[in-house]
Design a binder for this molecule. Sequence first.
Ligand SMILES: [Zn+2]
Ligand SMILES: [Zn+2]
Length: 281
Amino acid sequence: MPMIIKCHGARGSIPVSGPEYLKYGGDTTCLEIRTQNDEVIIVDAGSGIRRLGNQLMDEGKHHYHLIFTHSHLDHILGFPFFRPIYHRDVTIHLMGCPTTQGNIQKLLSKAMSAPLFPVQFDALQATIDYDVECRFDFQIDDMKIFPINLNHPNGGMGYKFVEGGKSFVFLTDNELGGQHRNGRSFEAYADFSKDADLLIHDSEYTRDEYGVTKGWGHSTYPEALKLAQKAHVKAFGLFHHNQNRSDKDLDMIVEECRSLNEDRHISMDCFALTQTTTLTL
Ligand SMILES: [Zn+2]
Ligand SMILES: [Zn+2]
């Protein structure tokens, strides 16, 4: 079986809805990765995890690994609406690293406590195992996972997933050229992404917007494309779409990225993630 990556939410900062968002969707970050042995790895619990939870329950899958990029609200707000947590026969291996993103189980239990939420974290039915060690790399099934610090306010982790000779790099909420604590250089991210079969990167802003939003922890799409080009990745997915970016706007950005590649005779596939994109490596 190949590595399968499904996106259940590609929007940044806040979920959105309305006729201008039908193609790319309004749910915030949630990825589902299946290893070759069909183990389920979930990255982030943005609002997209609600639909993923329903899908997993329908499928009868009751065992997952949950990892987080960081603990900003748009990446954890879907957790209380992830249906499997209310089922006794579900096991979740929650993988966190306290020095980079705060103690994730404490943050989740804070989010599910009075007066913020009616159901308490302690009342969850699923078995949740915590693994809070920080490692240089770890393995789930035959898939190797390499973390890297993000350039983002309050920190965070990006990940490279490698299995069966294929590699997928996921860098969301990453300000290329930014100056956040523990952040790495453009060259370090290019090195980390080198020759990846797929790179999904934060492409939240236009150059114009960045005049105001510099320092907020996100990249412009031309800068993200530059990283993809420098790293010679085979495919590049734009991600963490700004809350005000309509389907039409995103289509135009994708067109621009493709023509920038053509101008330089680069054959890389360029696209924007939707909340139903499935990719097979
Ligand atoms: Zn975010
Ligand atoms: Zn963030």
